[in-house]
Write a protein that binds this ligand. Structure first.
Ligand SMILES: [Zn+2]
Length: 154
């Protein structure tokens, strides 16, 4: 996807501020680190603004399709308002796409509990005794026994 596919009249070297009617500012971008002309750069929130809240508040930690969909909707709004650069929005949209694509793989995961509290890195349940001994001493002999078990799925 090229930047020009976003809008037929989009010109990347021009200020990305848009009026309420959607017309792009005619002034050139002076600072390569800013998507806006000097006049609109002062009026716009900087790229360092915290977009975490609007992008994640209803994202359900990106663990279901509806959450990813909501985050993409919030990203669309930020981009349409000119509050986030197309470059940054593109990167976030790509990550969202990858997150969405991993959801079906999680459902068919052979080791769904691996790495979670109470489970070994191989996805096998650990007893409280094993957790206690693991925190008290570094016992390498018991870890080598676990690697032989890892060959068999749950
Ligand atoms: Zn401008």
């Amino acid at each position: 996807m090229t930047l020009k596919s976003l809008s037929s009249d989009f010109t990347p070297e021009r200020c990305q501020y848009r009026t309420a009617t959607g017309r792009q500012c005619l002034s050139p971008v002076v600072d390569p680190g800013s998507p806006f002309c000097p006049r609109h750069a002062f009026a716009q929130p900087s790229e360092s603004d915290d977009f975490l809240a609007p992008l994640t508040q209803r994202a359900c930690r990106f663990q279901n399709a509806a959450g990813v969909n909501y985050s993409l909707g919030a990203l669309y709004t930020l981009l349409a308002q000119g509050r986030i650069s197309p470059r940054r929005a593109t990167a976030l949209a790509y990550i969202s796409s990858l997150l969405l694509r991993t959801l079906p793989a999680i459902d068919s995961d052979l080791y769904p509990h691996a790495g979670k509290p109470g489970f070994s890195p191989n996805g096998e349940p650990t007893t409280q005794d094993e957790i206690d001994t693991a925190t008290d001493t570094t016992d390498n002999t018991s870890q080598s026994e676990d690697t032989t078990k890892s060959q068999t799925p749950n």
